[in-house]
Design a protein around this ligand. Sequence first.
Ligand code: SAM
Length: 303
Amino acid sequence: MGGTGHMVVRLEPGLHLIATPIGAARDITLRALDILASADVLAAEDTRTLRHLMEIHGIPLGNRPLVAYHDHNGAQAGPRLLAALAEGKSVAYASEAGTPLVSDPGYQLARDAIAHGLTVRAAPGPSAALAALMVSGLPSDRFLFVGFPPSSGGARQSFLEGIARADATVILYESPKRIHRLLDELGQFVEGTRKMTLCRELTKRFEENLHGTLQDLIGMLADREVKGELVLLVDRAPAQVAGEDEIDLALRQALKAHRVKEAAAMIAGAFGVPKRDVYQRALTLSEHMAGEADAAGDGKAGL
Ligand code: SAM
């Protein structure tokens, strides 16, 4: 038994991806501590942060290697870690904070390990995205994590359009220096009444969660220098209320190529309206269309 209750265990060979705290140091699972105490090789985005975490929890590194693996050295460190895995070693990997792979390194390493037939396991735990969703008050049945916004150009524009259109609660990361610009620019794509939550410093001493519409948030942050780490959540796009004319037009098009039942199902799905109602309308329209075709045919015959 180790300092804070961790155990040295017989760890399955393979890559063990470990979530670490996003603020409160005690937000580490007992299983993550066991893995850190037991892995043959330790790897981290930031080796100093991992050393510090292990010190807090009384886990000795001993003579085990601690390898840096981050965005800038993956080409060198990746093969080294894969070689250790191929020898049957257990490798624990932690990113700087939160869950590896979530706007953090680890994806390529996990993908390569899987491609080589090696085992990949997760020790799940904190992630700012899910912590923010929990406190946002926004619907949690469907959500879309989009990471950090691209800084400029067409990529940024389509990113913002995507947020505006999404049929899910959108979760994104942004730096405090850029949050004002992000909210202003979102205003070009999203109604000012769209609900949002801005989470700051989750799980930390000065945690603050601001809830309101886009306009409210812009107002709350006006003239304020924002500090700390941020997650922004944006409510889903309001349901489009399609007009009858719009549905009729789409149905007429669909009926040219499909049977009534298929056309009704397609259009009901596309507009998000009940199939039964659209089916009734499709029947009526198809009769009209048959009548129109007959009339046109009669007309031609009479010429
Ligand atoms: N892998 C991490 C995770 O699972 O949350 C995210 C890493 S990403 C490089 C760092 C960003 O996550 C920060 O810029 C911020 O947007 C968000 N973040 C991390 N910790 C946070 C916290 N305690 N409160 C609010 N946002 C946080």
